[in-house]
Design a protein around this ligand. Structure first.
Ligand SMILES: [Zn+2]
Length: 103
């Protein structure tokens, strides 16, 4: 499929790339000016796959006077999280982010 760059009218070449999570997506890159285009449909598809990969339903339970959530096994394996490992908990506007310390 031939696409033309909207910026310089150069030829667009199709490429396949992967996000760090391994979600494949296609994009076009101009051979003249290096402009990169990802179409909206692709963007939505990638976002959907991201959501499927990234969202887990967890239950908040009580642990002493604090609350705890279980980290699903799949996540611990992918992120290489082990008992005793430290992590940063960063409160955000609509929740929080947990970043495990690097090994
Ligand atoms: Zn171009």
């Amino acid at each position: 499929m031939a696409k033309v760059c909207w910026e310089c009218k150069g030829k667009m070449k199709e490429y396949v790339a992967k996000t760090p999570e391994g979600v494949e997506y296609r994009y076009w890159k101009c051979s003249k000016c290096s402009e990169e285009v990802l179409d909206i449909k692709q963007l939505h598809a990638v976002a959907e796959k991201y959501r499927a990969l990234k969202a887990y339903s967890v239950t908040i339970s009580k642990w002493g006077s604090a609350l705890a959530i279980r980290i699903p096994r799949e996540v611990t394996q992918v992120q290489r999280i082990k008992e005793g490992k430290k992590a940063l908990l960063i409160p955000e506007k609509t929740g929080f982010k947990v970043i495990p310390e690097k090994a």
